[in-house]
Write a protein that binds this ligand. Structure first.
Ligand code: ATP
Length: 312
């Protein structure tokens, strides 16, 4: 153990951050740099990733919890490892840590679990080294990935640019969601490519114009699930269904079973169902668990908070 590790003793720090759902996602045309401009409205979901950092001889990751998926990399491709590395580099601290991730957010479901891990790891490592520079954490979050800044702040926000330039929204109430992940997977770049192709084929001039999220923000501010159901929007829907037609069947099953609305989550293949209350959520969960192509069903509410320390 090096001197800095010895000085920190056996102190562990735990932090939590949450998965998210994009209740509105408008995608602009592809830019010269290959990115697409987005207008997104996110809410964090009450599905927490809990990260514990303990000073150790060398950095290592352990995954626990119900969604400890074997596809998650445990080396320096892991977003929590990257977050610790970036903050230790910026602060020249270099404390190796054992990282335990308690995984509640389904992996690769467009629900931002990896981004939540990065945000929680930033908050935990900052506490470990006594860093209270919030601007530094925000800057590093944006470098780690487009969804990491939102995982850091949480709640409800509008994102523009790559989705990472955030303006908070004063949401009210709690929305009930049932999320069905898929046995199949989709590559986010491929969904974007398919969206561009579909737009070229249909060549509707207005197809790739960024839309305004005003109606969604109004429904979120009012805390009105029925109003929100009417205005949920995701420009990626047709492209995701083009690549994986089973998504449309899952959406239809949920609608028939009384969901207020069905929404492809991000670039899919997870489908989110907005429901009126916890009873509807339970009924829908039972049905979806028996639906072909569905891997995992999660019941949760939105919004949840941002990344924070867990004490005691
Ligand atoms: P995105 O939409 O940002 O691509 P997602 O929300 O669909 O991501 P995540 O669970 O965040 O899904 O994982 C995306 C990929 O990131 C995984 O396939 C995995 O290989 C990689 N990854 C790296 N670190 C993590 C982590 N800590 N947890 C989950 N996945 C991680």
């Amino acid at each position: 153990m090096n001197a800095e590790v010895a000085q920190l003793g056996a102190r562990s720090v735990t932090a939590r951050a949450y998965g998210k759902i994009n209740v509105f996602l408008s995608v602009g045309p592809q830019r010269a740099d290959g990115y697409h401009d987005l207008v997104s409205v996110f809410q964090t979901l009450d599905l927490a990733e809990t990260i514990t950092l303990s000073p150790a001889a060398e950095t290592a990751v352990t995954l626990t919890g119900p969604r400890a998926d074997t596809t998650v990399p445990l080396d320096d491709r892991n977003l929590a490892v990257q977050a610790v590395a970036a903050l230790s580099e910026a602060t020249e601290t270099h404390i190796p840590v054992a990282i335990t991730i308690d995984k509640q957010v389904p992996v690769a479901g467009g629900m931002g679990g990896g981004s939540a891990d990065a945000a929680a790891a930033l908050v935990a490592y900052a506490e470990l080294i006594g860093c209270d520079d919030a601007d530094l954490l925000t800057r590093i979050a944006a470098e780690l990935g487009a969804d990491v800044p939102f995982a850091l702040t949480g709640g409800t926000a509008i994102g523009t640019g790559r989705g990472d330039e955030l303006v908070p929204v004063a949401g009210s109430g709690a929305f009930h969601w049932v999320l069905a992940t898929s046995v199949a997977s989709l590559s986010t770049p491929e969904v974007y490519r398919t969206l561009d192709e579909l737009r070229r084929e249909t060549s509707t001039a207005t197809d790739d114009t960024l839309r305004d999220p005003d109606d969604v923000v109004t429904a979120l501010t009012a805390g009105d699930p029925h109003a929100l159901a009417g205005v949920l929007h995701n420009d990626m829907t047709d492209a995701a269904i083009e690549l994986l037609p089973g998504i449309a069947e899952v959406m239809e099953s949920g609608r028939q079973a009384g969901a207020l609305a069905a929404l492809v989550s991000g670039s899919g293949p997870t489908v989110g169902f907005l429901v009126a209350d916890p009873t509807h959520a339970l009924d829908l969960t039972v049905l979806l668990e028996a639906t072909r192509g569905v891997r995992d069903v999660v019941r949760t509410t939105a919004p949840a908070g941002g990344a924070h320390l867990v004490t005691g």
